[in-house]
Design a binder for this molecule. Structure first.
Ligand SMILES: Cc1cc2nc3c(=O)[nH]c(=O)nc-3n(C[C@H](O)[C@H](O)[C@H](O)COP(=O)(O)OP(=O)(O)OC[C@H]3O[C@@H](n4cnc5c(N)ncnc54)[C@H](O)[C@@H]3O)c2cc1C
Length: 569
């Protein structure tokens, strides 16, 4: 059997959720291992975060605006409302102070009060818009490096190891050295994020292949609302490698103006301050309005429309906007020029089903935190809260549990699967994994925003064809084990296929439209039947599905059913 390392808690993922889970579990006295496919604090989507909501409760109106934003505009009622209140209290009372202690600079007014962007839903940035994630994740990285957490960077978890239904560890590929090993743990925290590289244009990066979703699915965990998949509308079109540079449509620091979107005739069709004043992350409304422009022939999904800040004093934008550098690097003038945009597949609201009080999942021994979960869209603050709770509860469980040996047969099967991809052939004899990844992303991109049963089924068939015909023929350029990116791509392909198939099946189950999810064959929001967790699971080679209603203790939608393009959320 491959080498096995023992620990109390293993955390998979080094973004805001995983880093905080590891730190909090270690603070409880647990022995912790942190496995990160990229580098801790430098991978995943946490580095892209900009706006950090301040959950201001200083007046009754502020409190209502914030909860309305979280529940209605950000999660389209598919969240746990009491979780929103608990998470909001954490962000107000702990999050900013905690980060300030480790060196993150927040602007404060003369009285020492945190200075937020003035909006109905205030937010902080550190210290320019667009730079917050990089700054605070760099501080988290230093915290982890200074701790006694066992850190495995550039190491990809490949499977959750199960013993009699309980998750007892994880297999890990150290792709720098080409070594597969196992970690035996009393509790496992999954924190692999939700912004994945699953369509031709995506905000996720190359290594984000939905591994967490795929590993949980293969282990038989419940997953919910995978189809609630957000898109960004105002991301840079060219150069292609800059697709995830975002022209922030949110309320801005230092001005009450917000970025604008223009169609190919130069007509303004969206700005947050006018069209979504209550929604400071207005992405679902942006794309709905873009869909109308595309239908009218005045924009394409991949270009033909533009965004910019040219109506705002350029000096002000340069002072507060990290993204001003994008204009400069493209040789453009932020006070005058607009940038052509395309849509990008963005964050998934759905994911692994969790109980939001302790972040347990449907599988014993497995916890999940942050973007990989189904309970809230995400954001650096919310996922940090999840990490904190999951880390503490996982450490507590580990303290009271005996260790279970890893079942040799399960580990051996994974060893065979992972090393089985190491085979070469001439380039024209078989497809390379990177080509299969490109094909999967193209299938999801072609499906795009406007869906219906026929198109969903066609995408599912196309994925099945990749699984049946391409995967068995995958070969690599080399069987070298160290830094063999083709090998890692092959493993990624299997995760992408599982995650995309589950997403499409989940989409076929949901017979309505909501938030970022638009089915033209069900073009209405149906609160009577679909205000629920739309749950999917694969076990014994079969797909299972069911729904669970979502409680509405504080806020309810006014209408049981309304046309999708008329709903304001
Ligand atoms: C372009 C963009 C803009 C955003 N803007 C904002 C904003 O303004 N404000 C805000 O609050 N939020 C914003 N967000 C959302 C926010 O960044 C996320 O909700 C949050 O950072 C998710 O954190 P996470 O820790 O769950 O996942 P991530 O930060 O994505 O981290 C995932 C981690 O898992 C690792 N991983 C993946 N697979 C494996 C594997 N197999 N084995 C081991 N490790 C693995 C990755 O390497 C990474 O370290 C934005 C996101 C994007 C993409």
């Amino acid at each position: 059997m491959i080498e096995t390392v023992e620990t109390d808690v293993v955390v998979i993922g080094g973004g805001a959720a995983g880093a905080n889970a590891a730190l909090k579990a270690a603070a409880q006295g647990a022995r912790v291992a942190l496995v990160v496919k990229g580098l801790v604090g430098k991978s995943g989507c946490s580095i892209f975060g900009s706006h950090l909501p301040y959950h201001d409760m200083s007046s009754a109106q502020r409190a209502v605006d914030r909860l309305t934003y979280s529940v209605r505009y950000y999660n389209h009622y598919l969240t746990d409302q009491d979780y929103c209140l608990r998470m909001g209290a954490y962000m107000r009372e702990e999050f900013f102070d905690d980060l300030e202690r480790i060196g993150v600079y927040w602007r404060r007014d003369e009285a020492g009060k945190l200075l937020a962007i003035a909006s109905r839903t205030p937010a902080l940035v550190a210290h320019k818009q667009g730079a917050s994630g990089m700054i605070l994740m760099d501080k988290r990285r230093r915290q982890i490096l200074a701790s006694d957490i066992a850190l495995y960077e550039e190491c990809a978890a490949t499977s959750l190891v199960q013993d009699d239904g309980r998750i007892v560890g994880v297999t890990v590929l150290d792709y720098r050295r080409g070594r597969l090993f196992a970690i035996s743990a009393k509790a496992v925290v999954l924190a692999t994020g939700h912004s994945d590289y699953l369509a031709t244009r995506s905000t996720g990066t190359r290594e984000q292949s939905a591994d967490g979703i795929a590993m949980a699915l293969r282990a038989g965990a419940d997953l919910a609302n995978l189809e609630i998949q957000w898109w960004h509308t105002s991301d840079v079109l060219a150069p292609k490698s800059w697709m995830r540079f975002h022209i922030y449509p949110n309320p801005l620091m230092g001005t009450s103006e917000t970025a604008r979107l223009y169609n190919s005739d130069g007509q303004l069709f969206y700005e947050q301050k006018t069209h979504s004043p209550g929604a400071s992350a207005p992405y679902t409304e942006q794309i709905r309005r873009l869909a109308l422009q595309v239908a009218a022939g005045k924009a394409r999904w991949d270009g033909g429309y533009f965004s910019g800040y040219d109506h705002i004093d350029a000096e002000l934008t340069r002072t507060y906007q990290h993204q001003a550098a994008v204009w400069e690097k493209l040789g453009m003038d932020i006070g005058r020029d607009r940038i052509e945009c395309g849509i990008t597949l963005h964050m998934r609201q759905g994911g692994v089903c969790v109980d939001t009080t302790d972040f347990t999942t449907s599988l014993a021994g497995l916890y999940a935190a942050g973007g990989v979960c189904c309970h809230y869209l995400g954001g650096i603050g919310p996922v940090s809260y999840d990490g904190k709770i999951a880390g503490i509860t996982a450490a507590n469980e580990a303290a009271g549990s005996p260790r279970r040996a890893l079942p040799a047969a399960a580990v051996a099967a994974e060893e065979q699967r992972i090393y089985g991809f190491l085979r070469t052939a001439a380039r024209d004899a078989g497809p390379r994994p990177i080509q299969a990844k490109g094909r999967i992303r193209a299938i999801m991109w072609e499906l795009g925003y406007v869906k219906n049963e026929v198109r969903l089924q066609a995408a599912l068939d196309a994925l099945a064809q990749v699984r049946a015909e391409t995967v068995p023929r995958l070969t690599l350029d080399s069987t070298s084990r160290a830094w063999n990116t083709g090998w890692l791509d092959a493993i990624d392909v299997t995760c992408m296929l599982d995650a995309c198939e589950a997403t499409l099946r989940s989409a076929l189950n949901r017979k309505e439209s909501r938030g970022p999810f638009y089915r033209e064959d069900y073009p209405y929001v149906d609160n009577e039947n679909w205000l629920c967790r739309n749950i999917i699971r694969r076990s014994d080679g079969r797909w299972w599905s069911r729904t669970e209603p979502i409680a509405l203790p504080h806020l309810k939608p006014e209408k049981t059913r309304e046309p999708f393009f008329e709903a304001d959320y």
